[in-house]
Every structure is written in C-alpha cells, then in structure tokens.
Design a protein around this ligand. Structure first.
Ligand SMILES: Nc1ncnc2c1ncn2[C@@H]1O[C@H](COP(=O)(O)OP(=O)(O)O)[C@@H](O)[C@H]1O
Ligand SMILES: O=C(O)[C@@H](O)C(=O)COP(=O)(O)O
Length: 417
C-alpha cells in the first residue's frame, strides 16, 4: 500500500475512492480500522470512520488507530479526508485530528484544501464557495449537525486548532508547482503548519497534488487527491491493472436521512413516479414505526422504493428543539441501520443511501468490512461492492443530479450507463 487515507465519514470516503480509482490507483475502502493486513494488490487504502460528528477525543483516537494500521501496511503518504463543505463545528474535529496526525507523522507543512470544483466547491483567499455562493449562504448554514455559518476556512479551522493557520493563495497556485512550494515554505517560516490552499479548478488541484509529492500528510476533500496518483506513477510505483466491475441484479431500495437541498430535490423527483414513504422524527421518537414494518412495505413494492426522513430546515429545527439534536439524529440513524439489515435479510441486493451520517449508520449496521470501488454514477458518487450479493451507492448529501436515485439503481444493475 502506498497512500493511506483516513475518511471522517463513509460517503466522503467512497467519494475519495472514486477520485483515486479514476486516477488509476487500486483502491479498497475499509469500514473502520481493519483487524487484518490489507491484500497485497491494494495501492490506496481508505479507512472510513464515522468520526465527523463524534467527540473530539474519540475522533482523534480513532484517526490515530487508523494511521497506525495504514503505516503498518507500508504507506508512505497519508491523506485525511473530510467534507468539501468543511462540515465541522467551531469546537469540531478537523483541526484536532489534522494536528494529531501531523504530530504523529512529524509533518511540518500540511495542506488544508476542501475544494471539489466538479461539484461546485472552490476556495479563493481561504474562503469556501459552493457554486456562486459563499459556504454560509449555500444551504450548509442549516445542516442538522454541522451548520456552516462562516465561509473563512482559516478562521473556522483556527477555532479548532492549537497552532495558527496559513494561506497558499490562488496567485501562487496558478503560477505552478514552484511558486506553490515557495509559498508553502514562507507559510512554514511564518510558523503556520496548517495552510489553507486555494483551488478553483482541477488544474489547481493537480498543481497542489504535485507540490505535495513529498509531504507526509495532506488534508482535504476528494479533489486534493487528484494529483497524488500521478506522483506515485512518475516513480514507477503503480500497476496498470484495474478491477473489473460487474453489475448486480435483484431488489433495490433507497434510504435517505440527508436533509440537504440536493437530497430533498432528489426525494421529490423520485416520489413523482416511484413508491415513496416518509418517516417523521415524531414517528421515530415515539416508536410508532418499526424498521421491520418499513422493510415489509419496501419489499412489497414494485420498482425502487424510497424511505426517507429528509425534511426542510424548519421541520428539523422543530424536531431538534423538542427531542434534542443528538437524540433525534441517533434514533433516526438507528432506525436506518435496523432497516438496512431487515432489507438485506429480505433480499435487497442494491442499496442506495443518502447522507454521510446516515450512510455510516447503515454500513456499520450491516456489519460490512470493506468495499471495492466501481464506476462513477455522478461526480463524487461511485457504485461500491460490499460482497458478491450486495452493491451500494453512498450518496453525499449535496451530490448528484435530480434523478440520481433511479439512475443509480439502473446503473448498479448494469442496465444503464
Ligand atoms: N427529520 C429529521 N429531523 C431531525 N434530524 C434528522 C431528520 N432526518 C435526518 N436527520 C438527521 O440529520 C443528519 C443528516 O446528516 P447526514 O446523514 O450526514 O446528511 P448530509 O449528507 O446531508 O449531511 C443525520 O444525523 C440524520 O439522522
Ligand atoms: O466532500 C464531500 O462533499 C463528500 O465527500 C462528503 O464528505 C460528503 O459528506 P455528507 O454530505 O455528509 O454525505
């Protein structure tokens, strides 16, 4: 294994797997820290954690455990993957995890780059944009767990870190690798270990990837991984072979706990011509609905059924005020985990889930160990194979076109491209 990656959620880790696979690496995504060595052919290993919204100390501990395992597999470079919308609270986990990994690796210069231009996320002068809006006007300010109310990534990260945060501005990145490295050195001399790097286009990300060829630790969204496989290839370290992907027939089902703008649009679109069932926070909290009853409903439907708790910001805020933010999230995620188990037990072989925390709960609930990364459905969302009978798509909240759900189900079956 060459590149060792630690993802703070499961959708995001499959997004990273997609980027690395497309760039020619042989990738495996692991569910949590494996207790056995990796297969010899794996070139990039991604340890997917559900550490985005847990307590800081737990996130740091799990990330360091993942690092130890990846080091034991022979990795020479490490990537900490978080969300391209920098999902974290002011007290949150990105800064402490990045600093703990940097300490463990003795890393002096650490890039921080959530940009992912293919999905509209760019960084300019340290400020994160989603398409033509600053992050705090993009809808992310209403996220149920990590509302992003400040677009200045240096400032937000600064709340989370012990050290100060520098900037590698677009003016340096656009002039190429030499200027980028020179600016990184200046930031280092100024005492900034973590440096937010501007990136507006894929070309900027490739430049940053090349500039980071010798850095032990890189952090960011999946975009920052774009340039890394080329560094290993240039050293003659990559095999040219890729896994062969096979579609999966059988029953499909969709579970959505994401409340993002994109997911809510996808839910509305799917509901126009498919069996769809809404579950409210009240039904979950009161125990009025059971996972088995929902599974029985889904398994009795023709077509591709969708079960969702996705709701508008005002509905979410109301539920959180009445039940508590963590309590309602935990109960809903628990329902999805139980539901996923009941669906697979009932014969579902293609499962699509929407939402990072939701997907984490489902994957952990299913007790899966590792994924092979397949072809891309939409930017940032690949199909993944968990076993010879189960194919998944873990959709990040804000990713995917309006008809994502039905298109994903068809592509996973192998009947559409
Ligand atoms: N109706 C609802 N009311 C309150 N919280 C909800 C509701 N539906 C889902 N949630 C919670 O909101 C969170 C959504 O996060 P996540 O699944 O990561 O989606 P995204 O990818 O859009 O961030 C989850 O913890 C989920 O359990
Ligand atoms: O970078 C991204 O946006 C994704 O890879 C990701 O991490 C998404 O997380 P969720 O929106 O919570 O699914």
């Amino acid at each position: 294994m060459l590149l060792g990656c630690i993802g703070d959620d499961f959708t995001g880790s499959s997004d990273l797997g997609n980027t690395l696979t497309k760039a020619g690496m042989r990738v495996t995504q692991y569910v949590g820290v494996p207790d056995a060595p990796a297969a010899a052919e794996v070139e990039a290993g991604i340890v997917a954690l559900k550490s985005r919204s847990i307590a800081v100390a737990d996130a740091v501990r799990l990330s360091l455990e993942a690092l130890d395992w990846l080091r034991a597999q022979g990795c020479t470079q490490f990537l900490f993957k978080y969300c391209s919308t920098f999902d974290s609270t002011r007290e949150g986990n990105i800064g402490p995890v990045a600093e703990a990994l940097a300490d463990a690796l003795d890393a002096r210069q650490v890039l921080v780059c959530p940009a992912f231009p293919a999905t509209g996320r760019s960084i300019y002068q340290g400020h994160l944009f989603v398409a033509d809006r600053l992050l705090n006007e993009s809808g992310m300010q209403d996220h149920p767990l990590t509302p992003m109310t400040d677009p200045d990534i240096r400032r937000w990260l600064g709340y989370q870190t012990k050290g100060t945060v520098g900037l590698v501005p677009a003016q340096a990145v656009m002039q190429g690798v030499t200027h980028t490295r020179a600016r990184m050195l200046e930031e280092d001399k100024a005492g900034h270990r973590l440096m937010v790097a501007d990136a507006i286009t894929d070309a900027d990300l490739i430049t940053l990837g090349q500039a980071a060829a010798d850095l032990p630790l890189i952090t960011g969204g999946s975009g920052i991984a774009m340039g890394l496989p080329g560094n290993f290839r240039a050293r003659g370290l990559l095999s040219a072979t890729q896994n062969q992907w096979m579609g999966q027939d059988g029953k499909a089902a969709i579970l959505s706990g994401s409340c993002s703008n994109a997911t809510r649009g996808q839910v509305a679109e799917h509901a126009r011509s498919n069996p769809t069932r809404e579950v409210t926070a009240d039904q979950v909290m009161s125990g009025a609905i059971t996972a088995q009853a929902l599974a029985d409903w889904a398994l009795a439907q023709d077509g591709v059924p969708l079960i969702y708790t996705s709701a508008d910001p005002a509905v979410v805020i109301d539920a959180q005020a009445r039940f508590g933010k963590a309590a309602v999230a935990t109960r809903i995620e628990g329902l999805f985990a139980d539901l996923a188990r009941a669906l697979v037990a009932g014969g579902v072989t293609r499962m699509i889930s929407a939402g990072g925390e939701t997907s984490g709960a489902i994957v952990e609930g299913l007790g899966l160990a590792a994924f092979e990364i397949g072809p891309e459905i939409d930017p940032g969302v690949p199909m993944i194979r968990a076993s010879d009978k189960l194919v998944l798509a873990l959709k990040s909240g804000n990713f995917g076109g309006p008809d994502f759900f039905s298109r994903a189900a068809a592509m996973m079956e192998g009947t559409a491209r």
